[in-house]
Design a protein around this ligand. Sequence first.
Ligand code: 26Q
Length: 819
Amino acid sequence: RALEAVRAPAADVDGFVREFLRELNFGQGVSLARATVNDQYLALARTVRHYLMARWLEAIAHQRREPVKAVGYLSAEYLLGRQLDNALLAADLEGVVTDGLAQCGLSLDTLREQEEEPGLGNGGLGRLAACFIDSLATLSVPCIGYGIRYEYGIFRQTFVDGRQVEQPDTWLALGSPWEFPHPESSQPVNFAGHTETFVDDDGSERTRWVPEWGVIGVPYNYMVPGYRNGRVNTLRLWSAQATKAFDLSIFNGGDYVDAVRAQTFAENISKVLYPEDSTPQGKELRLQQQYFFVACSLADFMFEVLDKDFDLTRLPERIVFQLNDTHPVIAVPEMMRLLVDVKKLPWDQAWEITRQCFNYTCHTLLPEALEVWPVDLLRRLLPRHYEIIDRINAEFLADVRARFPGDEMMVRRMSIISDYPERGVRMAHLATVASGRVNGVAELHSQLLRDKVLPDFSRIWPEKFTNVTNGVTPRRFLRHANPSLSGLITEAIGDGWVTDLDKLQELEPLAGDASFRARFREVKRANKSRLVNLLRERDGYELPVEPMLDVMVKRLHEYKRQSLKLLHIVTLYDRIASGRVAASQIQPRTFVFGAKAAPGYWMAKETIHLINAVASTVNSDPALEGVLHVAFPANYNVTLAETLIPAADLSEQISLAGKEASGTGNMKFALNGALTIGTDDGANVEIRRLVGEDNFFLFGLLEPEVADLSAQGYVPSSFYESDDELKRALDLIAAGAFSGGNPDTFAPVVSNLLHEDRFMALADYRAYLDAQARVDAAYADQDAWSRSAILNVARCGFFSSDRSMRDYIDRIWHTDPVS
Ligand code: 26Q
C-alpha cells in the first residue's frame, strides 16, 4: 500500500516553496538565481500539478475499478484558455502560491503572463467544450474529453496596414507543462486501401479492411480539475506520429530522406487546426483529422479504459459519447466496424449498441455549414466505413419507405448519401439516424433545427429532438475573470454561487440599494482601468476610461453583422462631421471590436480592413476626442476576453434573427453586468426573457419576418434609397472617406451590402439606430443603468454550464456523479 500512496505536497507556504524550488532545481535544472521567467513559470505549473495529481490518479483508478458510466465528449476543438489560474482556483492555492512566490522574490502576476493559452479551437463550439468539461468535473461526473493535440492552434492575428495577417500559433514552443504524454497507450490508425470478403473459421462470410497506410496516435493527457471538490477528470488529446512500417514501406525504396518525408506526411494530421468555422471545404486532411482522433478515442475507451475482454453488449452501461457537431460523426461507422469486423458481433446487435452510445449536438443553422463529404474522397480514404455507411443508409431508407410508401421525394431528402450536386455523405443525417437524442443549443435554435434543418427527421422521430441551452462556466468567466465583482457578490450573498449560480438571484433586492449600486459602478470602473492597463501593455494602445464601453467580440462573419455595427459608428461620425449633431450632444462611447476572420473568407477580411480604417479616421479626428473612439485590439482570444468582458457596459449581439445558433459570449457579458443590445436570436431570446425586457435592448426583424422578407425577394438598395442617414453612411465609405479618398478600397464591401446583403443589415439598420438611441438615453441615468446591470447579473444564473450539464445528464446521458 505504501508503494501505491500518492501524496500531494503540503498545502501551506513552506510546503509550496519546498516543492517549487525542487521543481526549479531538479525539474527545470536551474537555480533560483539563474532562472528565467519561463523557467519559473514552468516550475510553478509543475508544482501546481502535483497538488492535483493524487486526486487524478484516484479518479483514473476508480474508472477502471468501478462499473460507472462515463461521458465521452468527442470534440475536434477545445478552446481551453490559460491553465495556471484555473488550476489555482480549483485547488484553492492562489493565496499560498502568492505568498510562497513572494518569499522567493517572485510575483504570480509576472509568471501567469508567461503562459501561452492552448487555442485549440475556433470560437463558440470549442469554448463550449471547455466549459462543459469544467462543469462535469465540478459536478463529479466521470468524463473523458477526447480531441486533437494540434501542434498549431488558432492562428495569431496581426494587422498590417489594417489588414489581417495570420501568424502561426506556436503555443508549444516554450514547453507545455500541463500535458502528460502517454506513448505506452498509443493507438494505431489506418487509412485507405481496400476491403475484401473472406470465409471465417466458423464458416460465415465476413469483410476485412486491408488498409494501405497508417499512423500512430499518441495521447497527451490534461487534468480537468473540479472546483474544490477533489475530482479531476481527463482531457485526452491525440497527436499523430509516423509508424516504422510507414517509413520503410510505401513511400520509399529504403531512401533515408524519403523516409523522413514520410514521417512529415503522417505527422501532418495533427499539425494544424483548420481556422474555418463555417463553409467547410471538404479537405482530405480535415477528414483524416476527424477519423484519426475518433478512431484513437473509441479504441482507447473500448479496449484500454475497459478491459480487452469486456462484454461489449454492455457498452452502453459504461459510456455515452456526445458528438460535438458533425466533426466526430465518423465515430458511428467506426464503432460498427469495431463491433462487427473486429469483435464479430452480428450487424443488428452492433447497431443496437451503437445507437445507444451516441447523441448529437448541432451548432448551426446555416446550410453551407453542414458537412457533406464527397463519396469519392470518403471511399478512397475509408473504404470500409463507406460500406458501413451505405448499409446503414439502405436499412434506414427501407424503414422510411415502409412508413411512407411511394414518397420517393422524402426518401431522397432524407437519404444519408445525396446525389446532388455530387455524391456526398451528409454527416448531419448520419448523426441523426445513429443518435438516441439530437439537440440544438438554444430554444429558438432547437425549434428551427426541427422545423427547417431536419424537418423530415423530426416528423418521423419527434421524441429524438430536444433542446439544451448552452451555458458558460462561472469559475473562469466570473470568479476568475472578474475578481472585483466576485468579491462584491460574495460579500453580499456568500460564495455558494460559484457552484450554484442560481444563488445570484439573492442579489435582486440589492439592485434597489443605492450604496450597492455605487459599489457596483466602482467595480465596473476598476475593470475598465484594468482593461486600459492591459491594452497599454499588450498593444501600446491608449484607451479612454471614461466613456461607455460598447463591445462586439466574436468571429468575423457576415451573419453576425459587424458591418451593421460599423454603419452605426459611421453614422455617428457623419452626424458630427456634417454638423447635424454637435459633438457635445453625443453620449461618449468607446467601441471595441475583437474578431478573427477565416484566412480564406475574403469578405470577412475586407470587413476587418474597413473596421481598422474607420477606427483610424475616427480616432485621429480632434473633433471626436473624448466623444467617439474605436479600438480593435488584434488577436482576440480567451485570455483577452477575461479582461475585456468584465469591463463592458454594452454587449453587441446583433446577428440576423435565425442565424446564431446560441451565442455564449452574450451570456458572459450579461453575467458580468453588461446590458445587451440584441436581436431576437439564439440565446438572446432566453437572456431577454430572464433579465426582463426593460433590461435588454431588443431590435430588428424576427425570424419569421426574415423568412417572409426572403420569400418576397429582399432588395437591400430599397432601404438605402429610403433612409437618408443610411445612404449617407454608405456613400461616405464608398467615396473613400476612410481610405484616403480612394473609392476603390472598400467598393466591394459597399457593393456587397447594397446588392447582396445576405444577412439583411440594411433592413435592420434603422431599428438598430433607434435601439442605440434608447441605449444612450438609458446610459444617461447612471443609477437606473446600474440597477438594470445588477438585475442582469442576478437573473443570469440559468446560463451556468453546470445547469447545461445537469440537463444533458438528466435527459440525455443518464449518468451519475461519483462520491
Ligand atoms: C467543419 C469542417 C471543416 C472545417 C471546419 C469545420 C468547422 C469548425 C468549427 C465548422 C464549425 C465550427 C464551429 C462552429 C461554432 O463555433 N458554432 C457556434 O457554436 C456555439 C456553441 O454552441 C454557438 O453558441 C454559436 O451560435 C455557434 O455559431
